[in-house]
Design a protein around this ligand. Structure first.
Ligand SMILES: [Zn+2]
Length: 56
């Protein structure tokens, strides 16, 4: 399967601004468009809002 819209392998790290968890981008989204913290008890969503990117 090819995903033309996704740069690289989708393994960029994200950090949750609410609970502080760090996780790969792929864990925070199911469709590559809507992002949410994967922690069960956390409802932070959105890159640049609830989540921030840890690009190298
Ligand atoms: Zn969180």
């Amino acid at each position: 399967m090819q995903q033309l819209a996704v740069r690289g392998t989708g393994r960029d790290l994200l950090r949750c601004r609410k609970c502080g968890a760090e996780f790969p981008e792929g864990r925070a989204t199911r469709d590559g468009w809507h992002f949410a913290c994967p922690e069960d008890d956390c409802d932070a969503t959105g890159i640049g809002e609830g989540l921030c990117r840890l690009d190298d």
